[in-house]
Design a protein around this ligand. Structure first.
Ligand SMILES: Nc1ncnc2c1ncn2[C@@H]1O[C@H](COP(=O)(O)OP(=O)(O)OP(=O)(O)O)[C@@H](O)[C@H]1O
Ligand SMILES: [Mg+2]
Length: 357
């Protein structure tokens, strides 16, 4: 079953039954277990879930960035191509130009031995060979200005270690946006930064997203950030999508026990430094005391036969142990999806799952 937005139109990128497995000395790790999802032009899609749930790998697969021990099945369609089958030359025409990615740690993406200007011009030049050097330089300076880097001309001549962490992340965003991509994948882009810098960078990203109308996939642990920035949210658990829908509806009326648990396990004060994010934090998180999800995520080598969340779920039924629920539309709200046999309201689930009213 494919998750959809409430909106209409053609998706810009579609995942179908994406499976990612890693071959390790201890056996095969099934990191992503058959996810299907459409990304629409101009939407901001949040991806949340505990550490190890497959958030990063599922999007790294779209850019051919998986480790050598990975194998994939399924399809990721973009512009008529299945990105999983593409040769590296064709993939290079898409990577950085049509789909860009920003990672948590800019030091791993920036080359420490090259100045910022050289790296930016290279990123631009790879895709636009018609540009002469002066024009390319001007475009890079403009882009640095755009991400609020003061004194951009001088920064172009500096090396990554001469910049603060926040500056480096701005440079990464500038590089990612130089070629005006249709899709930006931002993987925990502010997690390593302090609170005020986080808020500034998120503001810049939001502004650029609106200005350019690109689709943004925002991978984060921070539900407050999702509430503030995203229009739709995908909740992942153990390599699967367990709940997908418009952010406000999912946060106010979660229908999967894991979504509810995750919200209850999130402190009310988010670290965006923004009170707006607090005000829009999930209702359940506002009301309840902090909840610790019992147990731990499953070992991906020994995936249980039924629902992967069953061992931690207080409202599991006997069949949850043997049958895996598919991601399906809610009967009362067909634009929302969940993978759980349970029906009933968020309140019912909440009472049962968390022992609170
Ligand atoms: N090269 C690899 N070999 C074996 N397992 C791997 C490899 N790369 C990733 N994994 C496993 O894939 C699973 C999914 O990883 P992924 O990085 O997508 O998690 P995540 O949801 O992004 O977590 P986090 O929030 O910590 O970033 C994890 O269990 C991870 O250990
Ligand atoms: Mg990750």
């Amino acid at each position: 079953m494919t998750a959809r937005t409430t909106g209409t139109g053609q998706p810009i990128l579609s995942m179908r039954e994406l499976v990612i497995a890693f071959d390790t000395p201890d056996g095969v790790v099934e990191a992503v277990n058959g996810i299907s999802l459409d990304l629409y032009p101009g939407e901001v899609l949040g991806i949340v879930g505990e550490s190890g749930s497959g958030k990063s790998q599922s999007w790294m697969a779209t850019l051919g960035l998986l480790a050598d021990n990975a194998s994939t099945q399924g399809e990721v369609t973009f512009d008529g191509h299945n990105l999983l089958d593409l040769d590296s030359r064709t993939l290079n025409t898409i990577r950085g130009q049509r789909i860009s990615m920003v990672f948590q740690d800019p030091m791993t993406s920036l080359n420490p031995y090259l100045d910022i200007g050289t790296q930016m011009i290279e990123a631009l030049g790879t895709h636009d060979r018609s540009l002469n050097r002066a024009d390319a330089r001007r475009r890079c300076v403009e882009m640095l200005d755009r991400v609020a880097i003061p004194d951009a001309d001088r920064r172009m001549r500096q090396y990554p270690h001469e910049l603060s962490g926040g500056m480096r992340q701005r440079v990464m965003i500038a590089i990612a946006l130089l070629n005006d991509p249709d899709v930006l994948i931002a993987d925990e882009p502010t997690t390593a930064l302090d609170v005020t810098i986080q808020a500034e960078i998120l503001d810049i990203l939001t502004e650029l997203q609106r200005e350019r109308g690109m689709a943004v996939v925002f991978i984060t642990h921070d539900l407050g950030v999702v509430a503030e920035l995203c229009s739709r949210v995908c909740v992942m658990y153990a390599g699967e999508l367990v709940e997908v829908g418009p952010v406000q509806e999912v946060f106010e009326d979660a229908r999967h026990p894991y979504t509810l648990s995750l919200m209850r396990a999130t402190p009310r004060t988010t670290n965006t430094g923004s009170s707006a994010a607090d005000d829009r934090a999930p209702d359940a998180a506002k009301r309840a005391a902090l909840y610790a999800i019992p147990g731990a995520p499953p070992n991906m080598r020994l995936r249980p036969p039924g629902c992967a969340f069953e061992p931690r779920c207080r409202c599991a039924e006997p069949r949850c142990r043997t049958e895996a629920p598919a991601l399906e539309a809610l009967s009362d709200q067909p634009h929302r999806h969940k993978a759980c046999f349970r029906t009933g309201s968020s309140e019912d689930l909440s009472r049962e799952l968390l022992d609170v009213g």
